[in-house]
Design a protein around this ligand. Structure first.
Ligand code: ZN
Length: 246
């Protein structure tokens, strides 16, 4: 089962990469088929096997020998690992796992688009919202709890956005609100604190290593995505651990 979800993650990861490249350009994610960005030759199924093609071709295009961007295999591997971890942690509960995996896929796309373009596309947020609604008949949802999560996370970030005057974008608040809906109360708040903590930690690290200056914008989407992933899988455990201190 772990191998199956890992394999599925690799395949979906390959599609997510297409989404990351095409969605900001407003292009279709299904047509035209993938081509080498250097020689423009349409790739055949044999060239598109996730991870395997990269290894077999030793990281070079079969037709023009240009190096294949390391991002392709990394994104595929990341998706595979996250999917397998999710299936393992959620104990193979099919509906919950499918919903989680869709959420994680969208978060991967959002993170990479935010890293590249400093935007969080509304399209992706609408996708997440529609997915949440689509799963309502199959899951037991405490609406009050979900909307409390939405209000807490969205409100928290709206406040920071207004205070920071441009440090964070409205996209971050909207993403926080949608994630709040998924995570519910109080996990949503945990995720937001975790996101700030991760961003602060990585931010200081990047400044110390002189990769970024304090004036640079560091996209916040990826931190929210990681925080949501951690909270989704381990949120209850973290809250339990935390409350045992109080
Ligand atoms: Zn090529």
């Amino acid at each position: 089962m772990l191998i199956v979800t890992f394999g599925l993650g690799l395949i979906i990861g390959s599609f997510l990469h297409v989404c990351v490249v095409r969605i900001p350009k407003g292009k279709s994610v299904v047509y035209p088929p993938s081509a080498c960005p250097h020689c423009r030759i349409t790739l055949r199924p044999l060239d598109l096997m996730p991870l395997l093609s990269f290894l077999l071709l030793k990281g070079k295009c079969r037709y023009c020998s240009s190096p294949i961007n390391l991002r392709y295999p990394s994104l595929e591997l990341l998706t595979g690992l996250l999917f397998a971890t999710t299936a393992y942690k959620l104990d193979y509960s099919i509906v919950t796992t499918i919903q989680a995996v869709l959420l994680i896929s969208a978060l991967i796309v959002i993170s990479f688009i935010d890293l590249d373009h400093y935007i969080i596309p509304d399209k992706m947020l609408i996708f997440l919202l529609l997915t949440w609604i689509a799963f309502l008949p199959f899951t037991t949802v405490d609406y009050l709890n979900s909307f409390a999560g939405l209000a807490a996370a969205g409100g928290f970030f709206l406040m920071i956005t207004l205070i920071s005057k441009g440090g964070l974008g409205m996209g971050d608040s909207k993403l926080a609100a949608v994630l709040g809906l998924y995570l519910g109360w109080p996990n949503a708040l945990l995720a937001m604190f975790l996101a700030c903590f991760l961003a602060g930690f990585v931010g200081i690290f990047l400044i110390l290593l002189k990769i970024k200056s304090p004036k640079d914008i560091i996209p916040f989407g990826p931190f929210m995505a990681w925080a949501a992933f951690i909270t989704l899988l381990w949120g209850d455990q973290i809250l339990h651990w935390y409350s045992s201190f109080l």
